[in-house]
Design a protein around this ligand. Structure first.
Ligand code: ASP
Length: 358
């Protein structure tokens, strides 16, 4: 990752647009002590912003794009969010975006925004682990941190998509949800946090920023995604003890039926396989995948390990199919986008998304 060439915020760009998607940060329970049995995606984004301190010299604008539990994210909501984000990023008075979002699929949405928009201005995703109605909700503090991070990054000319939770900052590529309950539920794997937000200030730990590669095809890629109501069907499977390939064979049957017009669901187009360790795959699974590849299914290999990436060609997985350094949930999105863009004849972004820069 290289330093971004984003433009520093000027006086004319002093708005942070806050796009509400829902999640626990917008959740409510009947009882304040209940931090499990609440409904996510209830409180409007305007209410979330009430009383949250603003970075000096900035104003906020809220827009409710959706208000859902993020377990239900998918192409239609990603498309709505991409359209809203793209619209605001083209405004000259907007310095940064903040997206309030459920934590469960936040890393996937972060990667969708990064892979498709490659924004030159900062886009910060934020969530909470306790609902807004909790005795000690973490949402207001996290949202204040997100505004601080957005303003700081804009002022430094840092673009790209970032995530903050519990004072830590991660980039869209490395961030993963690693805990179902803890307030600091996100981690950045080997990379760790890129920055901390402390007492209203951002302490960057690294000079490495996501590149904002404004290559000529970016607009065509964005238009293609905004025009697509479905993405090529990519499923994500694991190798494991006893992985006999039956799941792949069932998916191939679905693909054959769909291609013959006998199944209304889109045909399987790609498979992301989270291999054991350094991307190794059970021999029986490998045989089923080879059959899938012969029938035109794109196969990508990653690791099911919580940290690290497949090194070299991988162990009996990557030496057959391309390896990605993305974790499985993001690798699935990357392959779907790659197939979507290839089908539209649009160049896939440099080094990906989700492919190693050679
Ligand atoms: N289920 C919630 C969601 O992802 C969890 C959260 O926001 O933390 O919307």
């Amino acid at each position: 990752m290289t330093a971004t060439a984003g433009t520093a915020a000027t006086e004319a760009r002093r708005a942070i647009v806050v796009l509400g998607m829902g999640g626990t940060i917008a959740g409510r329970a009947a009882v304040a002590a209940d931090v499990v049995g609440y409904r996510a995606g209830v409180v409007p984004v305007a209410a979330l912003l009430e009383g949250v301190p603003l970075p000096a010299g900035w104003r906020t604008e809220g827009e409710q794009v959706a208000n859902v539990d993020s377990k239900d994210m998918g192409v239609p909501l990603w498309r709505d969010l991409l359209a809203a984000a793209y619209r605001h990023l083209q405004r000259s008075d907007v310095g940064a975006l903040v997206v309030t979002h459920g934590t469960d699929t936040l890393e996937e949405t972060a990667w969708v925004l990064q892979a498709v928009l490659q924004p030159e201005r900062p886009v910060v995703l934020v969530g909470a682990m306790r609902p807004a109605s909790a005795l000690a909700p973490d949402g207001p503090g996290n949202l204040a941190d997100a505004l601080t991070l957005a303003a700081d990054a804009a002022q430094r000319g840092i673009g790209g998509v970032w995530v903050t939770l519990a004072g830590r900052v991660f980039d869209a590529r490395t961030v993963r949800k690693v805990h179902p309950m803890r307030l600091d539920a996100f981690a950045g794997g080997d990379a760790g946090p890129a920055a901390w937000v402390e007492a209203g200030r951002v302490r960057w730990l690294t000079a490495a920023m996501p590149a904002a590669s404004a290559d000529a095809a970016r607009a065509a890629r964005i238009d293609t995604v905004l025009a697509a109501s479905v993405w090529p069907r990519v499923e994500w499977i694991h190798s494991h003890g006893g992985a006999d390939g039956a799941l792949v064979r069932a998916l191939l049957q679905q693909r054959r039926a769909a291609l013959a017009g006998g199944d209304a669901d889109p045909p399987l187009a790609g498979l992301v396989v989270a291999g054991t360790g350094n991307g190794s795959l059970h021999t029986a699974l490998t045989e089923a995948l080879a059959q899938a590849a012969r029938e035109g299914v794109a196969v990508r290999v990653t690791t099911r390990c919580a940290e690290g990436v497949v090194v070299g060609e991988g162990g009996r997985g990557g030496n057959i199919w391309p390896v990605t350094d993305l974790p499985p949930a993001k690798a699935r999105i990357a392959l779907a986008l790659e197939l979507l863009w290839r089908a539209a004849g649009v160049p896939v972004s440099p080094a990906g998304p989700g492919r190693r820069a050679e």
